[in-house]
Design a protein around this ligand. Sequence first.
Ligand SMILES: [Mn+2]
Length: 197
Amino acid sequence: MSRVGRVERVTKETSVLVEIDLDGSGKVEVSTGVGFYDHMLDQLGRHGLFDLTVKTEGDLHIDSHHTIEDSALALGAAFKQALGDKVGIYRFGNCTVPLDESLAQVTVDLSGRPYLVHTEPENMAPMIGEYDTTMTRHILESFVAQAQIALHVHVPYGRNAHHIVECQFKALARALRYASERDPRAVGILPSTKGAL
Ligand SMILES: [Mn+2]
């Protein structure tokens, strides 16, 4: 059974297409018009071993906000779709990733309930290319709201803004991969005593 999600999201501000295959090999095709964000989505697919397509045409003449946010919303919706009934998966995942002087710790529960806890250094450079660094939390909020997962992301220390953001996406990718992968000991078993996820 293939675990794929496909979401098209069209508004007056953006037009987004996301396709994700959870059992892929890290094949990524991303074009949002925001270079650093493309780089981050590339990390997500590569280190999550997801096949991932994100094509966004947004109102970049205003700024990159809608383009970044709406891509994250569609990505969250596609991820949820791809998870399907969640039978036989690990459900929980965590990963800690350093990037030189920065460290990201990510823990995820594919719980069916949206909740984000996020901390990162407050004194980061405001921009990385066209990427506003305050958007990282907004991306995570948007993804969590649509994917309906509990996500805790912490960067206890870091100095370079590029590193601080990138290690979060790498750790997120791995944590999502571990949580969504099939547990060979749980074939046909839903990882919940409640009977629903
Ligand atoms: Mn917004």
